[in-house]
Unconditional design. Structure first.
Lengths: 498, 274
């Protein structure tokens, strides 16, 4: 009796101790994260490619504001911020004693220089409009930054939390694309082109408790089966972003690995050239929307991972409006609309698919089959990523393509008539500027909702599904992000259980 | 005919090739299912009565796709050999007839083409011109030109030295007539043998290019493409890779045996050597 009591007591005592041990982050270790696309550079303020953010954001570079795992805005290099009553003046208190990896100090002067640099006419920033609404910037002292906007901008804070707004040092910024210098928890070591980017722990990070890892390597493996093979062989620790869905479910059953089926800000869409015949006809676009069975697309392409969407807005972003019912799968209706548009026997077109993303390649094949059933004969062309960026994204030389748009709050791209969709709608532009000027939550919800509705009604693009995060990792990798509310593969709080 | 079927290689090769050709022929009018029809509920099914070779990740019937893929392979084989033969024969005959400068030029050009690894250059060509089945055939066909040009030249030179050519010349037959009526028929059998071998090589090369995504484009069925698509499903749906793989092996083996059989029966020197 007594003996068993002791055993029980011992067990009762041991369990919490072990749990506590398991949950306490352990320092040290190297982590190798695999991602499919190699970034075209390492400067997020000079190029919009998400591949850049997925390597450097929050690892090497930080902005004034960060996004946490729940999608909330939290202090980055600014510890607090406040907005004036008229919604135009933002006052940021900056973190004290922060230095860049090259030893340069970070202060309000540097922050001002960064914001002005991104707004300059010569800037390479992909989103200068984030900064061009700024009227003036004042720096009353080293740790206070007062930004006055020309007009209310409901997304100003959201934009300050994006990769385009990270802080670069005033001296060491010129080589940012190949040798990034930031304030983040990891210091850049080297970029072996075609293979990997290495970074090591920044011992002088402003949060002395972080990071836990000694070294992080981002390794580029484009082929999804090669990724899984590398993980199984132990060559990598994490597949960071959308692992092969057909294998993810099986990997999840294996004790040695874990899979997260979280959400992302990404929308996978069939981008449509709205200026090109016959896609300039709204009826044709609506017919295509009716011809697409989203549920089947998700099953065939993503093995059930992913959420259907009806507009260019991810369910994980605030003010989401479920518009999937608007063009519910109805091939009969699609044929009727085609006939109404003057194409009773359908037509032929080309869909160009980027080879690098297997989900877009597969979605393209599935869509080709679905549209074929209502008479729209698509010819598939699989193209290289460089070709895609140049010919489709820049020169708008395409009919249809398939791609994931990963930026959160990016519905504003529909307000740019020269964006590669070539969508030109005054109604939308008015609604979007009303949304940006909305001063309270109710108005924001109303106007951002309206924006989603307008593009859904116009069937600007084929809205398919919100991409799952789908990282797969070794069981010992702790604290990896489950949902991806911002574009990053942030290793700051990640640790390895030994 | 009896002479051919007495040869084991030829008979087996003929039987294997016939299966491929018949399957391709049937697929032109009928396949068990539409080869490109997707079905979410039927995806990744193992072999069964309704789908004897299973289904792929889109629920497409593998048997139907293997059958349609046969058409693809036969077209590739025929077209590439046709490109190589037509241009190669003209070049080879010109080289053997004119000799000297023309011969030199044709042969050095052939050397140049031979100097490049064929598959690598095919990859270069298809990635420059854009991936498609036509460009893949063009790329493979170009490499067949020197193969046939050299063979034609080598055989034609020996034919030109024979007495009946001199007799024909003495009889006043035009040079073109000699080429057409006397030289060409006498060099046909080695060309035919070479043609069957290159046919098999072309099927392999197209499968290789398609496997790399440079050949036949989706959704068209090609054995190489099917292998490419199957690779991520190897552990879950091995039939997706096994059957197109078997089809390639079957067709290539069949045509090669056919070629061997033809050589055994048509080349008198080979018979004597035995």
């Amino acid at each position: 009796m007594k003996k068993s009591m002791i055993v029980l007591l011992a067990v009762a005592l041991m369990v919490p101790v072990q749990w506590a041990l398991a949950d306490t982050p352990q320092k040290g270790g190297n982590l190798i994260v695999c991602k499919p696309a190699e970034p075209p550079g390492l400067d997020p303020t000079a190029n919009t490619a998400a591949a850049i953010d997925r390597v450097v954001y929050s690892n090497i570079y930080e902005g004034l504001i960060k996004v946490n795992r729940n999608g909330e805005f939290i202090p980055g290099l600014a510890t607090t911020w406040s907005v004036s009553a008229n919604g135009k003046i933002y006052t940021f208190s900056l973190r004290k004693g922060v230095t860049f990896h090259n030893g340069e100090p970070f202060n309000s002067q540097v922050a001002k220089w960064n914001l002005e640099r991104n707004a300059a006419p010569t800037t390479k920033n992909a989103h200068p409009e984030f900064f061009r609404g700024i009227e003036k910037i004042e720096t009353p002292d080293d740790v206070t930054l007062v930004v006055t906007l020309k007009d209310v901008d409901a997304l100003f804070i959201a934009h300050m939390a994006e990769g385009d707004a990270v802080m670069l040092p005033m001296k060491g910024y010129e080589n940012a694309a190949s040798g990034p210098v930031g304030t983040g928890p990891f210091k850049f070591v080297q970029w072996v082109r075609g293979d990997r980017v290495e970074m090591v722990r920044n011992d002088k990070y402003w949060n002395p408790a972080l990071p836990y890892l000694d070294k992080v390597t981002y390794k580029f493996i484009g082929d999804v089966s090669a990724q899984i093979a590398a993980l199984k062989a132990g060559d990598i620790d994490v597949i960071g972003y959308i692992a092969a869905p057909e294998q993810a479910s099986e990997m999840g059953k294996d004790q040695r690995f874990k899979v997260f089926a979280g959400t992302t800000t990404g929308e996978v869409i069939m981008s449509t050239n709205n200026k090109k015949k016959p896609f300039d006809n709204k009826l044709v676009r609506q017919a295509m929307a009716f011809a697409i069975d989203r549920k089947a697309v998700i099953n065939l392409v993503m093995f059930g991972y992913g959420t259907p969407i009806g507009s260019h807005w991810s369910p994980s972003t605030p003010y989401y409006k479920d518009l999937t019912g608007k063009f519910a799968y109805n091939p009969k209706k699609a044929k009727e609309l085609l006939a109404q548009a003057g194409y009773p026997n359908g037509f032929e077109a080309t869909i160009k698919l980027p080879a690098i993303y297997s989900y877009s390649r597969r979605a393209g094949e599935v869509i080709t089959d679905m549209l074929g059933q209502v008479g729209i004969k698509l010819k598939i062309e699989v193209v290289e990523w460089g070709y895609w960026l140049d010919r489709i994204f820049k020169q708008k030389d395409y009919d249809l393509t398939m791609i994931g748009h990963v930026e959160a709050w990016d519905i504003g791209i529909y307000a740019k008539p020269d964006y590669y969709f070539q969508y030109d709608s005054k109604e939308f532009r008015d609604a979007y500027s009303a949304a940006l000027k909305a001063s309270n939550e109710k108005e924001k919800a109303q106007w951002f909702g309206r924006c989603q509705e307008i593009i859904a009604d116009d069937a600007v693009n084929g809205y398919l599904f919100s991409a799952p995060s789908l990282p797969v990792m070794k069981a010992g990798v702790m604290n990896w992000w489950e949902n991806y509310p911002t574009i990053a593969l942030d290793a700051t709080e990640v640790w390895i259980k030994k | 005919m009896k002479r051919f079927f007495g040869n084991l290689n030829f008979s087996v090769g003929f039987a294997l090739s016939a299966v491929v050709i018949i399957a391709a022929g049937i697929s032109l009018i009928w396949t068990p299912f539409d080869a490109n029809k997707m079905s979410a509920v039927e995806r990744l099914q193992g072999p069964s009565w309704s789908h004897p070779l299973g289904t792929d990740q889109y629920g497409r019937d593998t048997l139907s796709r293997v059958m349609t893929g046969a058409v693809n392979s036969i077209i590739v084989g025929l077209v590439t050999v046709a490109i190589g033969l037509s241009i190669g024969i003209v070049m080879g005959l010109a080289a053997s007839y004119y000799g000297r400068f023309v011969d030199e030029a044709v042969m050095r050009f052939s050397d140049l083409l031979f100097g490049f690894p064929a598959v690598l250059t095919a990859i270069l060509i298809t990635s420059t011109l854009g991936p498609s089945m036509i460009n893949a055939m063009l790329a493979i066909g170009i490499f067949y030109i020197p193969v046939f040009a050299r063979l034609t030249r080598a055989v034609a030179i020996t034919v030109y030295e024979r007495e009946f050519i001199t007799a024909a010349r003495a009889g006043g037959v035009s040079e073109l007539g000699i080429m057409w009526r006397h030289v060409l028929p006498n060099i046909l059998s080695p060309l035919l043998i070479q043609g069957t071998i290159q046919f098999a090589v072309a099927i392999l090369a197209e499968a290789g290019l398609s496997y790399l995504g440079l050949g036949t484009q989706p959704p068209a069925a090609s054995w190489g493409r099917m292998l490419n698509e199957a690779q991520t499903f190897m552990s879950r749906a091995p039939w997706m890779a096994v059957f197109p793989g078997l089809a390639i092996a079957w067709a290539v083996l069949g045509i090669n045996l056919l070629g061997d059989g033809l050589r055994d029966t048509l080349d008198p020197k080979m018979v004597r050597a035995r």
